[in-house]
Design a protein around this ligand. Structure first.
Ligand code: FES
Length: 102
């Protein structure tokens, strides 16, 4: 089980608990504003873009090449950007804070 906190673009903080599946699915299932998951989680839409809190980057690890290529198409990319459909919920993610990209 992992607690994952989303900070939406209007600065609302929402903490959800998940046990399995992707962070994108957890967000979509709970109506997190700004996470749409249009491609269903196959890394081809970037509507699940988040910026990982800098102090939590070690929890999420690094983006794959395919993910990085997709992110490069997004204007609002940063060194902390991830597509959260590529983040599997696990104990390692517990406590992570993700800022929803605008
Ligand atoms: S849901 Fe489409 S890239 Fe993540």
């Amino acid at each position: 089980m992992a607690k994952i906190t989303f900070i939406t673009s209007d600065k609302e903080s929402i903490t959800l608990e998940g046990t399995s599946g992707s962070v994108m699915q957890l967000a979509v299932d709970n109506g997190i504003s700004g996470i749409d998951g249009d491609c269903g989680g196959v890394c081809s839409c970037a509507t699940c873009h988040v910026h990982v809190a800098p102090e939590h980057v070690s929890k999420t690890g690094e983006a794959s090449e395919i993910e990085t290529d997709m992110l490069e198409l997004d204007e609002n990319v940063s060194e902390y950007s991830r597509l959260c459909c590529q983040l599997e919920i696990s104990e390692e993610l517990d406590g992570v804070v993700l800022h929803v990209a605008q």
